[in-house]
Design a protein around this ligand. Structure first.
Ligand SMILES: [Zn+2]
Length: 280
């Protein structure tokens, strides 16, 4: 029912509150089930940097049958594997990596734009900074931030140089004109501002897999590993796209993120430091 509603409404860029209702109900069900099931694994191993709970192992997540072949064939680092969800709060590996990196920064007094806000990242930055949230379909995010704005990432209504940081975590792979969105993110960032723009990627493929003419969810699942993704980035091509709009980019490989392994971040996911350089 939830999926049917989503499939009908999303292409039409419509939102119905029932979608949030189903999403929240499914979340509550999974949370209760996992807390009970993982009681036996409580103890040292991994510690969640959202809720501080420790378990010998976290909850795994694997691609569905229709998404599996694209993910496996192209070896996409896409947030799947063992130890993905915290059994106590259901935070995700990709949220925990971003929160771990943000913990190293002084966010006090910063002005942050958070696109398609993920709950745990939003709460972390909201406690420390001024946060504006936005999405093309803001209804989906009303339960996270009642003030979420409707914004098109390829055409923001924000002025130039107005944010210290932009967070769009696993968003660009959904946007057909990602280069335009990158230009917009660059434009609204202050010089020296930084962006958190993690995406699923492959180091196996030479070229990004994408075709602007494919707008069929089942084909997208087959080709890109998710029905609402529009590409699989080749890692080096993604870094080039960031550099083309003017960003200074530093890739931190997974092997250099050892201090975060205890948070059960996703094995092999690198972190990309992205800065808008000051013009001289
Ligand atoms: Zn947790």
């Amino acid at each position: 029912m939830k999926e049917t509603l989503k499939n009908i409404l999303k292409p039409l860029r419509l939102y119905h509150p029932l979608q949030s209702f189903y999403r929240d109900a499914v979340f509550d069900f999974q949370l209760k089930r996992n807390r009970k099931k993982y009681l036996q694994f409580k103890g040292s191993g991994f510690t969640c940097n959202v809720c501080n709970a420790s378990y010998q192992k976290f909850v795994p997540d694997y691609p569905t049958e229709e998404n599996r072949q694209a993910i496996e064939k192209n070896q996409v680092v896409a947030g799947y594997g063992e130890n993905i969800f915290c059994p106590n709060c259901m935070s995700t590996a990709r949220e925990r990596l971003v929160i771990a990196k943000l913990s190293t920064l002084n966010l006090k007094g910063k002005n942050i734009l958070h696109l398609s806000p993920e709950k745990n990242i939003y709460h972390f930055i909201k406690e420390r900074a001024t946060v504006t949230t936005a999405d093309l379909l803001p209804g989906f995010y009303k339960t996270i931030d009642g003030l979420v704005q409707k914004q098109d990432a390829t055409h923001f209504s924000f002025t130039n140089d107005c944010f210290d940081m932009v967070i769009a975590n696993h968003i660009l792979e959904h946007i057909p004109d990602d280069r335009k969105a990158l230009l917009e993110i660059f434009r609204v960032l202050k010089p020296n501002g930084n962006a958190v723009l993690q995406v699923p990627y492959s180091e196996k493929i030479e070229k990004t897999i994408e075709d602007p003419f494919i707008k069929d969810p089942s084909k997208q699942s087959y080709l890109y590993g998710q029905k609402d993704h529009v590409r699989i980035y080749a890692l080096h091509d993604y870094l080039s796209r960031l550099e083309e709009v003017g960003f200074k980019v530093e890739l931190i490989p997974y092997s250099e993120l050892k201090q975060y392994y205890t948070y059960a971040i996703q094995p092999s996911e690198c972190f990309i430091n992205i800065i808008k350089p000051t013009t001289v």
